[in-house]
Design a protein around this ligand. Structure first.
Ligand SMILES: Cc1cc2nc3c(=O)[nH]c(=O)nc-3n(C[C@H](O)[C@H](O)[C@H](O)COP(=O)(O)OP(=O)(O)OC[C@H]3O[C@@H](n4cnc5c(N)ncnc54)[C@H](O)[C@@H]3O)c2cc1C
Length: 493
């Protein structure tokens, strides 16, 4: 059984390593590595198997690799940043790290929102962004074989040229990498129909902490030999091994989607529509929600012309040949749930604009106040209205601005707590509300993270969700793969 979520929560100022603002680095005691070797020795040993241009050690340069995009997460100063181009180079880095007992932090594009890619003091940051080749696209086997640094949108466009489709599409898809998507088990806008990253990872090549190369999974349509180690690596946040190659499942490209936007007088009414759509048996290719604060923020940032008087905007789309008929039926369900306006997009181009507005949501909300904390609570979709109403109540109680966008069809909400860290009391209330939102999610049968991961941001909460036996087994897995605790220390646990 999970710990009692009503246990008193840590104050923001009691949490070690809270950063004052994104980019600033403060107390790193939570993730420091013990007994770091001299930098000269580390540099010399790394250069035995790396070209000079693959190694960065100037502290002013390496500092730029210290954090991902999460606010308020501890980060340390890396001893070195390595940008390998080959599997052998990655193996050399891991062997060196094991020999010298230096922690290694794998990184993709650092768009993560939980601090999972943050450096620890004295670590080697292993940035995989230069291993960015698409090795194979096979339309008979319907797979792509890629290196970890391939950017999600680059892969999507490449497979589309062969009438294929790689569905997982985080809103950050123009920047984030497949390695990072695997590291965080990321989701996106299309998950309501197509599922998350885990559903598309068939096999992996992984360099283990001691430098050995492990091949997991398959490139076949089926395969059940042994434990599913592939799935184990998905969402492991770089804590079990370094992904150097991935076999990904592809689908035939569907028709371009057609969308509608429905305006609601309350978030609860929009959630009622979500439930009605699912209960009626429809599986839209997208079912997203933006509250009033989000709509206004997106308009302010992108001049998108969304309706600002609405309390909640629901976007629905279908990518089937009969999309117009299905959208009409969904529109009727929205009206029955209380929608004040249902506006179908004129064509695919206008539908894409609606998607762009939704993709902009987190960035737009971040512009509202000097700092934000982005939550990622996922609840059964039947409890979505309670989640949104509860979040609004938390905002009122703490007198805070909390904008919500949500992958509504998945029950995955992103309440964004907006505040000024210079105002000590407001910062304390922000942390309190952030934690209360997670407690609410757990109380509704949900999870503290639907797609952004645990990282540093939520590690105090993992035990509350998993309970003591769950935590024991998680630690046993970590011990089996990384007995010296060198891979991405201080994350998850
Ligand atoms: C504006 C914005 C919108 C976003 N929208 C979404 C969204 O819709 N859905 C969603 O799920 N996320 C979203 N995110 C979060 C983020 O983009 C995802 O978590 C993404 O998968 C991170 O990819 P990355 O390449 O930036 O990885 P990083 O942030 O660099 O790393 C993420 C994790 O993966 C590990 N890792 C990276 N590469 C490897 C590797 N080769 N081997 C082993 N471990 C590795 C890292 O150690 C770290 O733990 C959003 C972020 C932003 C800024």
């Amino acid at each position: 059984m999970a710990d009692d979520p009503s246990t008193p929560l840590p104050d923001i100022h009691d949490v070690p390593g809270i950063r004052d603002a994104p980019g600033a680095i403060s107390d790193t005691s939570a993730i420091d590595a013990p007994g770091a070797p001299p930098h000269d020795l580390l540099r010399a040993r790394l250069l035995e198997g790396l070209p000079a241009e693959a190694l960065l050690t100037d502290p002013q340069v390496t500092a730029a690799y210290a954090t991902d995009m999460a606010s308020f997460c501890a980060a340390g100063a890396p001893a070195a940043v390595v940008l390998p181009r080959t599997v052998e180079q990655v193996q050399h880095v891991l062997r060196t790290a094991t020999a010298l007992r230096v922690p290694v932090v794998p990184q993709g594009a650092r768009t993560g929102l939980s601090g999972a890619a943050n450096a620890s003091d004295g670590c080697i940051v292993l940035s995989l962004v230069k291993m960015d080749r698409i090795l194979e696209i096979n339309s008979i086997d319907r797979i792509a074989v890629v290196e970890p640094g391939v950017v999600n949108a680059v892969l999507s466009r490449a497979v589309a040229e062969q009438s294929l489709y790689y569905p997982p599409d985080p809103s950050s898809w123009e920047q984030c990498t497949i390695g990072g998507n695997i590291g965080t088990a990321s989701g996106g806008l299309c998950c309501v129909k197509y599922g998350v990253t885990a559903e598309y990872v068939l096999g992996l090549d992984v360099v283990l902490a001691d430098g050995r190369l492990l091949r997991t999974g398959r490139r076949t349509a089926k395969g059940v030999a042994g434990y599913d180690l592939t799935r184990l690596f998905v969402g492991s946040e770089g804590s079990l091994g370094v992904v150097v190659r991935a076999v990904l499942a592809l689908r035939p490209a569907p028709p371009r989607q057609l969308a509608l936007a429905a305006e609601f007088p309350s978030a609860a009414a929009a959630c009622e529509a979500v439930c009605a759509v699912m209960e009626a048996g429809y599986t839209p290719s997208l079912l997203e929600l933006m509250d009033r604060t989000t709509v206004r923020a997106v308009n302010a940032l992108g001049k998108m012309g969304l309706p600002e008087t609405t309390e909640a905007l629901l976007l629905a789309a279908f990518d089937t040949p009969d999309a117009p008929a299905r959208l009409a039926a969904v529109g009727e369900l929205c009206t029955a749930a209380g929608a004040t306006a249902v506006v179908p997009a004129d064509d695919e181009a206008e539908s894409e604009l609606l998607l762009q507005a939704r993709r902009m949501s987190l960035t737009a909300l971040e512009e509202l106040r000097p700092a934000t904390m982005i939550d990622d609570v996922c609840v059964p979709r039947s409890r979505l209205a309670e989640m949104l109403d509860g979040t609004a109540a938390i905002a009122r109680t703490h007198d805070l601005l909390i904008g919500v966008c949500a992958h509504a069809g998945d029950g995955n909400t992103h309440p964004v707590v907006c505040f000024d860290p210079a105002d000590e009391d407001e910062a304390r209330r922000a942390r309190q509300s952030f934690d209360e939102i997670m407690a609410l999610g757990l109380a509704l049968g949900g999870t503290i993270t639907g797609e952004h991961g645990v990282g540093v941001l939520k590690k105090e909460w993992l035990a509350r969700e998993l309970g003591p036996v769950g935590m024991e087994m998680q630690r046993a897995v970590k011990q089996a793969f990384d007995p010296l605790g060198l891979l991405n220390p201080g994350k998850l646990f």
